[in-house]
Design a protein around this ligand. Sequence first.
Ligand code: SF4
Length: 459
Amino acid sequence: MMSEHANKASAFIRDEGRTDWHDQALWFVRKKRDIQTKKVDEWETLREIASGIKANVLANLDTYLLQFEENALKNGAQVHWAKDAAEHNEIILNILRSKGVKKMVKSKSMLTEECHLNPYLIENGIEVVDTDLGERIVQLRNEPPSHIVLPAIHLKKEDVGETFYQYLHSEKGASDPKYLTEVARKHLREKFLAADAALTGVNFAVADTGGFTVCTNEGNADLGAHLAPIHIASMGIEKLIPKQEHLGVFLRMLARNATGQPITSFSSHFIKPREGQELHVVIVDNKRSEQLGRADFRKSLYCIRCGACLNTCPVYRRSGGHSYSYIIPGPIGSILSPGVDLKKHSAMPFASTLCGSCSDVCPVKIDIHHQLYKWRQIVAEQGDFPAVKKISMKMMGFLFAHPSLYRITGKMGRVAVKIMPRFLLYSKLNAWGIKREVPQAPPQSFREWYLSQEKYKHK
Ligand code: SF4
């Protein structure tokens, strides 16, 4: 039986044109990233430093969290602690209700996606509008983001035109990006002006100042937070950095790695509420401390959500973000999700070729492909493994342990591939052959070839 990921990926790749376009669009971003990183001579040193800073943060997380809280309180912010998604959502609803808020604008925050904040607030009578353009597009379509940085990367401009025609009454058939951006701008301006509260994510929270930084390319976090009388910032416990000076390391890497820009268009630093405004910071655990306790997977908490591992991943590029069972797709999502719910996300560590490209591009040097491999072993040990895979692995294990049998089977396989009728070779049993031609069988095995070489004949 195919996994949910494999099923959804099969549906995605049915449209070959779209799959190629999706693949190329992300590869284009990956290439832009490479050009930018080559312009920074000390890139590898920056990666080392960033990784070291994150290691230090996680080793002293309790201290840095309390330091951040103390300084944020001194600055006039109100700090809330949420152990899980439910508590996070409840805290935010209580803040909004206590101030009679009915409309809230929100800039991009994967944490609020993780907590399913939007549906919760909407159910409780609050209008929530995502103001990042890509996020707004997928929100109108009632879809989750398909990428952590480029939430609507699965859509073409024609799809956006159709969505805006349907929900924002723009011209039918319009696909000019400038026109569509103007439509979105006008629509969102009204939402910004009408909002009673604004929620932002947090890219980096600085322990020794109690301030935090939010990076956007559209300035939507700033506009929301500066217009509304209430600013709520949601942050995961791992978003801390010890000192302001460490920001220089991460800001130089984030945009270069995410979109191939030298710097994000807006890096906004929030320290204290402006006069008459309330500033709330909600610090969320939601199983992060459990991941912290797993020595093999702790490093996944270094992640700064740049998205580079998604852009480079051959599986992500050709299966689309919606094929993953967790809100964070791609390689990083595949090492975070089993820690959240192993049974539900047991297929995720297998959505990888283990080529290691993700680990190579990661700015904080997370050993992503090693962690994927380790999760596979845990999934297998705990029995959350499809029966077909279990049996075939056992059979392969047996073959590898019996060299003579392995040689005979190999010989039979090479003959079978040559003489087997096509309808049998490409039957349902051969999932590998659905989109690929089985390669021609070589006349001899590698071993036979090796032994036939003159210089080894007498050894
Ligand atoms: S795991 Fe690394 S490459 Fe992937 S999103 Fe996180 S920081 Fe970026």
